[in-house]
Design a protein around this ligand. Structure first.
Ligand SMILES: Cc1cc2nc3c(=O)[nH]c(=O)nc-3n(C[C@H](O)[C@H](O)[C@H](O)COP(=O)(O)OP(=O)(O)OC[C@H]3O[C@@H](n4cnc5c(N)ncnc54)[C@H](O)[C@@H]3O)c2cc1C
Length: 420
């Protein structure tokens, strides 16, 4: 009797997309050796990073560090406990686009039968002089912790200083007025208010300036929600500057269009993302903004068994003509299609197509307030915030064991309301 060989699957990157594919393949009961590789021993829950960066938690510093780490990270050993997924910690340094052979920095190489590229994206800092060196980003836990420490240290250092020194120290510039920039800026406003009260700094000194290159902050939001978002930001004291491109970032200021310099020690870069460096080096078909181009089945264009899911994907929906967004629900949807298509390949059935036309929009705007568009419904305020928290729980449920997801979610709620 002919013996079928166990197929080797390698999932590169353990974010929302990678973990979900791993679980689905493990549950499928197919004869697969499933391996997931990530550079960290834990998954980072990116949607809570801006809350970590702004967490006002009155515990002693060491304990705070631990609590914040616990909220943002989930160890892969626990995530895959009781499944058939092997986790390997390693840094992928390159992938041969023709053969699918990939390399780790420790010299290890593999040529899988099926590969899933789910390496996420990186902050798009390289096009703006000084941004790489002088701007804070929010891509990992270390970024969030460093930004939080920096802001706290500014208050410790400048709580007693001249007005001019305080005005510079307490000016915070955020580049990028999309959802992430808005979520960060609005929570920062509440964090800064708490720090002002704690350090007896006059509350009218700090300035939070949100710079957006296009016509509007929240330009991708429907008009009504955008207006509500603007009103909320104004109420929180965030200054919105549309048509304002950040041109250069220095250690003590930013230059914006028109040669105007804003003195500041804090520029936070939330203006777009680009594809992971590994893919840039690997000769894959990338679009001009850097996404990995796929066909309708989420197979990398020009290959057979290399699939892609999550933020590193560049996919234009055939119905809406819009690019699939870099958000958790899209990563999870793509993971479902990729897992199903690997099973169909094994069964020699036609592959399924991906559509990204279901587009919920949920944006937190400081405290227990959010903007929501779900299907035909648009609403804002506390109800939208509750819906956003439930959506976050659902994302966690898709990748973590049930009780672990609930525990993480509860811990993250505690940090989320720390500025209220
Ligand atoms: C600050 C912030 C807030 C956000 N808020 C929201 C939100 O409120 N709602 C929402 O839906 N989405 C939000 N997003 C977007 C959401 O987090 C992403 O869309 C989602 O994480 C994408 O999942 P992914 O699996 O594609 O990539 P990621 O989750 O980024 O995972 C990629 C993985 O690849 C690993 N990796 C990368 N390079 C290498 C390498 N060379 N070697 C080994 N491993 C590597 C990384 O360690 C990481 O674990 C937010 C993102 C950020 C940054």
């Amino acid at each position: 009797m002919e013996q079928t060989q166990t197929k080797k699957v390698y999932i590169l990157g353990g974010g929302f997309a990678g973990i979900r594919v791993a679980h689905l393949l493990s549950d499928s009961g197919k004869d697969l050796e499933i391996n997931l590789i990530d550079r960290h021993p834990y998954h980072i829950n990116a949607p809570v990073l801006y809350e970590i960066a702004n967490a006002f938690v009155p515990w002693e510093l060491e304990a705070v560090g631990r609590v914040l780490t616990d909220v943002a990270t989930a160890p892969y050993a626990k995530i895959f406990d009781g499944t058939s997924v092997n986790f390997m910690q390693g840094v992928i340094s390159g992938i041969e686009s023709k053969t699918g052979k990939f390399y780790l920095t420790d010299g290890h190489t593999e040529t899988p039968d099926f590969m899933i590229i789910s390496l996420g994206s990186q902050a798009q800092t390289s096009d703006t002089p000084g941004a790489n060196n002088h701007a804070f980003t929010l891509r990992g836990l270390d970024d969030a912790v460093a930004l939080r420490k920096h802001i706290i240290s500014l208050f410790l250092r400048y709580r007693v200083a001249s007005l001019m020194a305080q005005q510079k120290a307490f000016t915070f510039v955020i580049a990028g007025g999309g959802p992430t920039g808005v979520e960060y800026a609005s929570e920062l406003a509440l964090f800064v208010k708490k720090l002002c009260r704690l350090h007896r700094v006059a509350s009218d000194i700090p300035k939070i300036i949100l710079c957006e290159e296009t016509d509007y902050v929240l330009h991708a939001c429907p008009g009504m929600l955008r207006n509500i978002g603007h009103e909320r930001l104004r109420k929180l004291g965030v200054q919105m500057r549309a048509h304002t491109k950040v041109v250069t970032v220095h250690s003590d200021g930013v230059e914006i269009a028109g040669g105007v310099i804003i003195p500041t020690f804090t520029t936070v870069w939330l203006a777009g993302t680009r594809v992971n460096d590994v893919l840039l080096r690997s000769n894959f078909p990338l679009n001009t903004t850097g996404g990995l181009v796929t066909d309708k089945n989420l197979v990398v264009s020009g290959s057979t068994n290399i699939f892609v899911a999550g933020d590193c994907t560049y996919f234009i929906d055939p119905i809406t003509g819009k690019v699939a967004p870099d958000v958790a629900w899209a990563a999870l949807q793509q993971a479902e299609v990729v897992a199903e298509n690997i099973i169909r390949r094994l069964e020699e059935r036609p592959l399924m197509s991906y559509f990204s036309n279901h587009r919920p929009l949920l944006i937190a705007v400081g405290g227990k307030f959010a903007l929501a568009r779900i299907g035909p419904f648009q609403f804002s305020g506390l109800l939208a915030w509750v819906v956003k928290q439930l959506a976050d729980l659902r994302y966690l449920w898709s990748i973590l064991p049930n009780m672990m997801a609930v525990r993480y979610w509860m811990k993250s709620l505690r940090v989320k309301i720390s500025n209220d």
